[in-house]
Design a binder for this molecule. Structure first.
Ligand SMILES: Cc1cc2nc3c(=O)[nH]c(=O)nc-3n(C[C@H](O)[C@H](O)[C@H](O)COP(=O)(O)OP(=O)(O)OC[C@H]3O[C@@H](n4cnc5c(N)ncnc54)[C@H](O)[C@@H]3O)c2cc1C
Length: 390
């Protein structure tokens, strides 16, 4: 049996960020994932990408993970342009307004998890275990995990970073609140005749937002097109050419006539949050604790911050000789991160409600709001600080 202080179930961006952050301590840590920790990258960019904010970029530099990201698969962006289709409302953000070289980076999820796993392989106190979990047996002082490779691992704290359908959340019996956004997000890679100029663009259409995330090739973007479910199904049923035409029309040919460079995949979008995040011997972070609409590209960013805050908390408990798995010591973490997640969920709900539909009054409010905000440097600065995670 392997005896650990902390076992993390889930080898996604969030679980691995926690492991990397705990790598700076003397805690014995294991990460269990039923899928491979690293994967060989295909030549073409994968469909799942994330806009990683500057707060998390700095954290990944500190944790010595950033150095393992292949430079040709990390795309910095200096500008953001958001506009309301069919109205005069638009807002433009520039990194120079913040006296910074960039606003964030677009990174394929697999590229980031590969880099995290590569750094973790250099950490003596962290073990990566590729296996499924058959059984979780929670005791008073420790939790035992029976793995499907016949190994048994024990720990003082079990952390669920195992995504939206978290087994750990279910095992702990943490109640959930969830609501269907009635949106599906279609993701794809596209080629554009006009260069993206390192600008992340998002147009709000009455049926949902369409985001263009600039990749390394100046003519290639990853797109996330969130649409009401019936509209998304109709778009998925189109031929590649008709789909590309529909996208070109949706963004008023902002980058010219786009062409598809990949398959399309659609994701059902659900707002979900766990009403409890910790108990004796167990905590949850990342999508296991909350899922939000991708319209502001904040889900993974929020989850990585959960991981960093939890790591700080656990290191402090350990240094002060306090038990890791007592709920009373995990409460401060739970309170702080739940508050951040709730604020983000409320903000996404507000954005979605304001930009949904073509009610003339709402249209006036949002176009005026965007146009006025664009002229208010202090308000713009506040918004961009939020987007950058500061
Ligand atoms: C279309 C779309 C676009 C998005 N864009 C952005 C963006 O631009 N920026 C951003 O910040 N966020 C974005 N997000 C959100 C982001 O993708 C998620 O928040 C993030 O991937 C969550 O990471 P995670 O590690 O918590 O969970 P996951 O990525 O789901 O990882 C969970 C891991 O746990 C493993 N696992 C699960 N169950 C078990 C088990 N029982 N045993 C062992 N292992 C297990 C899985 O194999 C997986 O490796 C987007 C989401 C969508 C749908």
């Amino acid at each position: 049996m392997q005896k650990m202080d902390v076992v993390i179930i889930g080898g996604g961006m969030v679980g691995l960020t926690l492991a990397a952050a705990l790598g700076q301590s003397t805690l014995r840590v294991a990460v269990i994932s039923h899928s491979a920790f690293t994967e060989t990258l295909s030549a073409a960019p994968s469909l799942r990408v994330s806009a990683i904010n500057e707060a998390n970029h700095e954290a990944l530099e500190r944790l010595q993970v950033w150095q393992y990201l292949p430079a040709d698969r990390v795309a910095p962006y200096q500008h953001m342009h958001v506009w309301d289709k069919d109205s005069f409302g638009h807002i433009h953000f520039d990194a120079s307004d913040m006296q910074r070289p960039k606003l964030g980076h677009i990174i394929e999820n697999q590229v980031l998890t590969n880099a995290l796993a590569e750094q973790i392989q250099h950490l003596r106190n962290v073990t990566l275990i590729e296996a499924g979990v058959d059984k979780i047996l929670a005791g008073d002082q420790e939790t035992m995990l029976m793995l499907n490779n016949d190994e048994v691992v024990s720990c003082r704290l079990l952390v669920g970073a195992d995504g939206a359908n978290s087994m750990v959340r279910r095992h702990a019996g943490f109640p959930e609140t969830f609501r269907d956004y009635d949106h599906r997000a279609i993701v794809a890679t596209i080629r554009t005749p006009q260069p993206h100029e390192a600008c992340a663009r998002q147009v709000f259409t009455p049926d949902g937002p369409l985001a263009f995330l600039p990749l390394n090739d100046p003519h290639v973007c990853s797109v996330v097109w969130s649409q009401q479910t019936d509209k998304a199904e109709a778009l998925m049923a189109l031929s590649d050419t008709d789909f590309a035409h529909a996208m070109t029309a949706a963004c008023n040919s902002e980058l010219g006539s786009v062409a598809l460079e990949s398959d399309r995949r659609a994701f059902t979008l659900t707002m979900r949050y766990a009403r409890q995040w910790a108990d004796n011997g167990v905590a949850i972070i990342g999508d296991a604790a909350h899922t939000i609409h991708p319209l502001a590209g904040q889900g993974a960013n929020l989850g990585m911050q959960d991981a960093l805050v939890l790591a700080d908390h656990l290191v402090q408990l350990h240094e002060n000789g306090l038990p890791l798995g007592r709920y009373k010591h995990l409460r401060a973490f739970e309170r702080a991160r739940k508050t951040e997640a709730m604020k983000m969920i409320a903000a996404m709900d507000g954005f979605k409600a304001l930009f949904d539909g073509d009610n003339p009054l709402k249209k006036l409010v949002r176009s005026t709001g965007l146009a006025v905000t664009n002229e208010l440097p202090l308000v713009k600065r506040k918004l961009i600080e939020q987007a950058m995670g500061f």
